[in-house]
Design a protein around this ligand. Structure first.
Ligand code: SF4
Length: 354
């Protein structure tokens, strides 16, 4: 490997100076939170969440003294809520160890939600230890830079190549320069090779062979589910239900309802779901529209019904808890993005029908 590569990367990195808020310090806590937030999420989405988070929980101690409910509220809308739950669990563990984030790779891996990538990012950026943070972006850069053939694209081989680049004792900066290069220049489909600081050394570019080293992720078709939910009113309050403590969107609140079974009408489905979920019947049922939402593995079309409580002993049959709330109390609870879309649909309906 040409020894100039890391120097070129560092020059480019310092010149571009992507001034993300988490780069203002090399504090392990900031690195940890930002790296978890950045998983499966774009930088521009993460920035306001990161700033809000740091205002609410400026360090491990403050975070550990908070509650999971508050943590989820701060995460609301960022998705993959398990990440927030794991951060909170980790803060509870660290509170038994003087709120200190471990400096050992082995110890970091024992913490909930911290894998090889995050541990390596924390160790290299916060403590300047020689650990390469291998994620999808870095794999792509390395594959092209060294023309790594398919049968050699293993984590062990990526680590070997990445470690070669970590030949100057600025391990965190080199890792971050590679993260920036993968995100801004060495893009999956159309890499901007002309602007690349290491194009002179890139084997795929030199051989005019970049296309053969582009990871073309074939988008899998994902299923769509038709779902019905209802805002069930009694006077000016409606029912919300808290999801189970495990699984998708764990511990978040939502409107009661569920999937339509094949052959079922929407009205029949919502009546059945409400009976199964809350042990009540509803009346004055009418639909006010449908929203679409996409999760990582499926899409949903959710039809929103308005209805009134009819009779029955309200019971949290399938949820952890149920509450009657007014529309101005929505902000006191954490809802998935799709539920916020439904609330917006409701507000629009009320505005148009006043
Ligand atoms: S020259 Fe092109 S393919 Fe090679 S590392 Fe740079 S951006 Fe990626």
């Amino acid at each position: 490997m040409n020894k100039k590569i890391p120097f070129k990367l560092l020059n480019w990195y310092f010149k571009n100076n992507y001034n993300f808020p988490w780069r203002k310090s090399n504090d392990a806590y900031s690195i940890w939170i930002s790296e978890i937030m950045l998983q499966q999420t774009q930088v521009k989405t993460v920035i306001p969440y990161y700033n809000k988070w740091m205002n609410s929980f400026p360090n491990v101690e403050e975070l550990s003294k908070s509650t999971l409910t508050k943590v989820l509220k701060n995460w609301e809308g960022l998705g993959y809520y398990k990440r927030a739950e794991n951060i909170y669990k980790t803060s509870q563990i660290l509170s038994r160890n003087n709120f200190t984030i471990p400096i050992s790779y082995k110890e970091l891996l024992k913490l909930p939600g911290i894998g090889d990538y995050t541990a390596s990012a924390i160790l290299s950026i916060a403590y300047n230890k020689k650990y390469a943070s291998i994620d999808g972006n870095l794999k792509r850069v390395l594959t092209r830079l060294f023309k790594i053939s398919k049968n050699k694209q293993t984590i062990k081989s990526f680590k070997n190549y990445a470690n070669k680049l970590l030949c100057i004792k600025q391990y965190g900066d080199i890792n971050q320069s590679l993260m920036d290069l993968g995100r801004e220049i060495c893009l999956p489909l159309k890499p901007n090779c002309i602007k690349c600081p290491i194009n002179k050394f890139c084997k795929a570019y030199i051989d005019n062979d970049v296309a053969n080293y582009s990871v073309l992720t074939v988008k899998k078709s994902i299923p769509t589910f038709n779902v019905v939910v209802s805002m069930i009113f009694k006077k000016n309050k409606f029912i919300i239900a808290k999801r189970a403590s495990t699984g998708l969107l764990a511990n978040l609140w939502e409107l009661p309802g569920g999937k339509i079974i094949e052959g079922e009408t929407r009205k029949k489905a919502i009546n059945r779901e409400i009976k199964e979920e809350l042990n009540i019947t509803i009346k004055s049922l009418h639909s006010i529209g449908t929203i679409k939402h996409q999760y990582s593995h499926f899409k949903v079309n959710i039809m929103l019904f308005l209805s009134e409580y009819n009779k029955g002993q309200l019971t949290a049959v399938t949820s952890q808890d149920i509450k009657w709330i007014a529309i101005n109390q929505i902000n006191n609870y954490t809802f998935p993005k799709a539920t916020h879309k439904l609330f917006n649909l409701y507000r629009k309906y009320v505005k148009n029908n006043l």
